[in-house]
Design a protein around this ligand. Sequence first.
Ligand SMILES: Cc1cc2nc3c(=O)[nH]c(=O)nc-3n(C[C@H](O)[C@H](O)[C@H](O)COP(=O)(O)OP(=O)(O)OC[C@H]3O[C@@H](n4cnc5c(N)ncnc54)[C@H](O)[C@@H]3O)c2cc1C
Length: 279
Amino acid sequence: MTLVFFESADDELSRQALTLAQSLGDNVRAVTVDGPYAPAAWATAIVEAAGEDDIVGPGSDRGNEVLAHVSAQLDLPFAANVSEVRGDELTRIRWGGTLLEEARLHADRRLLTAAPFAFAPTGGELPVTVLTPLPGNGVQVVDHVAPDTGGKVSLADAKVVVSGGRGVGSAEGFGILEELAALLDAAVGCSRVVTSAGWRPHSDQVGQTGTKVSPDLYIACGISGATQHIAGCKGAKALLAINADREATIFAHADYAVIGDLHEIVPAITAELRKVKGS
Ligand SMILES: Cc1cc2nc3c(=O)[nH]c(=O)nc-3n(C[C@H](O)[C@H](O)[C@H](O)COP(=O)(O)OP(=O)(O)OC[C@H]3O[C@@H](n4cnc5c(N)ncnc54)[C@H](O)[C@@H]3O)c2cc1C
């Protein structure tokens, strides 16, 4: 038997997970969890409901987090973002979609999440049982506080993102990117090198381990174009890359390229925009 965890009763990614569960060839039943999100408590409720069954969830942030807690509670291996299962062998999508991993699961029970959009969603005839976690079991959410963006557009919602990498040179160097962003009503993003150096907070990081953005325009300044960075900005409709190195990988992903020193080019773009806007 397989138990499928639904994030909510009509959730698209959960219905994709149901397709994966049905491909395992067993009888399938579905559960969802009621109440505020508390991953450890949700995992406990799922572990108790599952008995000895395999457990499959959606490859969403919550699906992967809850299944990771299930895995820790059962002390069993967990395979995330699975695109195919062949007995105890499986294929996983990794590194922001740039790597397919062939793996073998060394356990009697399967704990899996389905890679988003690797499976067609299955229709909604299957009843979804609602579980209620025990009070006091794990973390409880008491309030939601929106991040303070200081009145500026957030990275995830911005139509334009002006992003800086190591080439910016320092925290102060981001001043010229801030200036350009203000003119374009854009958010400022950055690479991991920048957050690791402490030039910008982690909330500004774009990439595999940062925010995934999908603006109309992504302006990458002094960013080399590592796969982990591209994983966060490949949803952009257009990418303008400014880089001093004409061989930089970022140019392979760019719709528009400017080869040169960003410390000259970014202020020049800002000055031209000011002329056009008459400000
Ligand atoms: C598990 C893992 C997860 C990761 N997650 C992320 C992630 O989420 N996001 C992320 O960004 N990275 C991530 N990384 C790191 C990633 O591999 C790269 O190291 C990082 O993206 C490089 O940052 P960068 O492009 O700013 O720096 P670099 O690779 O050093 O590139 C700097 C670029 O600036 C250019 N440059 C220098 N001076 C100038 C100038 N004056 N004018 C114009 N151009 C100039 C250079 O030509 C170069 O191309 C991850 C790595 C791992 C292993």
